[in-house]
Write a protein that binds this ligand. Structure first.
Ligand code: SAH
Length: 244
């Protein structure tokens, strides 16, 4: 493998990565690399596992349903996003997928689907959503994959909440309110976005009463939940996160 050969394909693997480390492929990965992408022995592939940064690896064995790569050098250090979680109420399938993908791209450390009173869907496919987060990281050259939790009821999550993590609550009742995020304290945060139906009066009263919750407006228009997720993460990232 010459220095000028750049790895164009990025794969997420579970295996530890380090100089000389051999990394076995899953049958799906081997099929993708050798069957679909027509890669062969000697070709460079970029690997990341969410912990050890990005490594350039070389194909050393290529089979139909198996293969081995060998790590050569670290191409990028591990980059962990700021300590921001996203709590969101799942909406329709494609839009929920979109939310997870965008949260991973924009830089969230953890994604927690929450069931609110007006949440449309009673269940989610956690494994599917986790795969979306992983693909988003693969594509946006990220080295971190945010864990996606199983859905939990908002009330239960709030009852067990570690109050050292503040919650930035996008409250649609504040639509149009003028405000600035410049005064928010630094530290761990979670953004909370409601479902298409918004939050119920009971939920709103409960959230208002919690002193670790800061309600915010996302401007003069009501946004769809998926748009609201992108807008809120963007605001937080530029005020407190790693875009500054
Ligand atoms: N059906 C509701 C809107 C829900 S929008 C209504 O008509 O009032 C979905 C979620 O996006 C909301 O629960 C909120 O978390 C967020 N959101 C959308 N627009 C917002 C805004 N202008 N300010 C604050 N939050 C907003």
């Amino acid at each position: 493998m010459s220095d000028t050969q750049r790895a164009k394909i990025r794969l997420h693997v579970e295996h530890p990565l380090g100089a000389g480390q051999a990394v076995p492929l899953t049958p799906d990965q081997a099929h993708y690399l050798f069957g679909v992408m027509r890669k062969g022995v000697g070709e460079p592939i970029a690997l990341f596992n969410g912990r050890d940064g990005e490594w350039t690896a070389e194909v050393v064995e290529a089979g139909k349903k198996k293969g081995i790569l060998a790590c050569r050098e670290q191409a990028a250090p591990q980059q962990t996003p700021p300590d921001l979680w996203l709590l969101f109420a799942p909406i329709k399938k494609e839009r929920t997928d979109f939310i997870v993908e965008k949260a991973a791209e924009l830089g969230c450390a953890r994604i927690i689907p929450v069931q609110t009173e007006f949440t449309n869907s009673g269940r989610i496919r956690q494994d599917r959503l986790q795969a979306h987060a992983m693909e988003a990281a693969e594509q946006c050259l990220g080295t971190y994959v945010p864990p996606v939790d199983d859905m939990q009821p908002l009330s239960k999550l709030l009852a067990g909440w570690d109050t050292s993590r503040r919650i930035l609550w996008a409250d649609e009742a504040l639509v149009g309110a003028a405000e600035t995020l410049n005064t928010l304290p630094a530290g761990p945060w979670a953004i909370l976005i409601g479902p298409e139906g918004g939050f119920s009066e009971t939920e709103r009263a409960k959230l208002r009463a919690l002193d670790f919750v800061t309600p915010i407006s996302l401007g003069p228009r009501i946004l769809r939940a998926d748009t609201a997720v992108c807008a809120a993460i963007t605001l937080w990232q530029s005020a407190l996160g790693d875009w500054r």
